[in-house]
Design a protein around this ligand. Structure first.
Ligand code: GLU
Length: 311
């Protein structure tokens, strides 16, 4: 199927959700929450559910991790629509969109080093020093350009999150002009995620609350591309044993396997506030997913981050 036909078939569905893991390690409880939440919300609405592997950052990609995740999701009974999309195969498309933004005069080349940004930042924003727009009028002197940045306005971007309620962020104050192509030449997550969701006609983005602060940047990009914005639902974070967001630093803690998958799914339903009956605690993954599709209620999803339960 061509990209065009995929888009057409997705467009016929009113809800198109997706799960977009980064293959930086095995599937852990935090990613299971995102897979489950996005799956249940779209299936409940008889929508499509897509899978995308965000393998855009080669140094962070762990060989074999994507295949292992797909295999495990399959064993747990998740069924996705269409072919899996790999970001590493879409570089030309990101380049095309970057060119389009360039023609619209919305991006600029920046020659600042990390150290210069740190020294010139007016304050520290949500994700580190805020870029003060130094190269907006062109790179300083004859220096080599490093990143390509999107110029952001001094305006508040606001959106209703389906779990966390209304969110607002002033892009200039919180992050500044942000990179679409990074200094190392790689396309930035912020650009790739928007282009991919647009090309797959995604209408519903369900993912972890660690991405709440990225969403205004992504909404701004949709606006620059004159496209309508999907709905957003951010899910509560699962914390590792040191109260930090669960990640591969936590080793095997919170890891999902085909043996513990059913119990992990029950705990994930519970973590998302769905109160699954104790009687189905040892049910098969397929039965648990079916229970979830029939009973999922997004209004019950809490916002507070909590520790990963035992499973
Ligand atoms: N790849 C991102 C992650 O694994 C998720 C991106 C998204 O859902 O927008 O954290």
């Amino acid at each position: 199927m061509t990209q065009q036909t995929i888009m057409q078939s997705n467009k016929q569905h009113s809800v198109v959700g997706r799960f977009a893991p980064s293959p930086t390690g095995p599937l852990h409880f935090g990613s299971l929450l995102a897979a489950l939440g996005s799956y249940l919300l779209s299936r409940k609405a008889q929508g499509r559910w897509l899978l995308r592997i965000e393998d855009l950052d080669p140094p962070r990609v762990v060989p074999g991790a994507a295949d292992a995740m797909l295999l495990l999701l399959e064993k747990l009974g998740f069924e996705w629509d269409g072919k899996v999309v790999y970001q590493s195969q879409r570089i030309e498309r990101y380049q095309q969109i970057l060119q389009q933004l360039h023609e619209q005069n919305l991006v600029f080349a920046c020659s600042c080093s990390r150290r210069e940004i740190l020294a010139s930042a007016p304050h520290t924003g949500e994700e580190g020093p805020v870029y003060p727009g130094t190269c907006r009028k062109g790179p300083i002197g004859n220096r080599q350009e490093r990143a390509i940045r999107l110029q952001v306005p001094d305006e508040v971007v606001s959106y209703p999150d389906g779990v966390f309620g209304r969110q607002s962020q002033n892009l200039q104050r919180a992050v500044g002009d942000f990179a679409l192509r990074r200094a190392d030449g790689l396309f930035a997550y912020q650009l790739a995620v928007v282009v991919d969701d647009l090309d797959s006609a995604v209408t519903q983005v369900v993912r972890g609350a660690d991405l709440l602060s990225s969403t205004p940047r992504q909404i701004f990009l949709y606006r620059c591309l004159q496209q309508s914005v999907p709905e957003y639902f951010h899910l509560p974070l699962a914390l590792g044993n040191n109260a930090k967001k669960l990640s591969k630093r936590h080793g095997s803690f919170g890891l999902i396997t085909s043996e513990n998958g059913g119990r992990a799914l029950w705990q994930a339903l519970n973590f998302l506030g769905q109160n699954p009956p104790v009687a189905i605690k040892n049910a098969s993954p397929v039965e648990l997913l079916a229970w979830g599709v029939a009973n999922f209620c997004v209004d019950r999803v809490p916002t507070a981050a909590r520790s990963v339960p035992e499973f």
